[in-house]
Unconditional design. Sequence first.
Length: 57
Amino acid sequence: MNEELITIPQMADRLQISRRKAYELKNKPGFPFYNLGERQMRVAWHEVLEWIHTRKE
């Protein structure tokens, strides 16, 4: 599968939320992110969408 990895600020832009809120999401238990080194975090866009959809209220 070809996964699109994006930065936390890019995720914030796509979700139309603040960067601060995006980093708060990243810190929630079970949030899917990849730590590629110091200050090099990435998320797979499709995993973010799946994670959000499984937590709908």
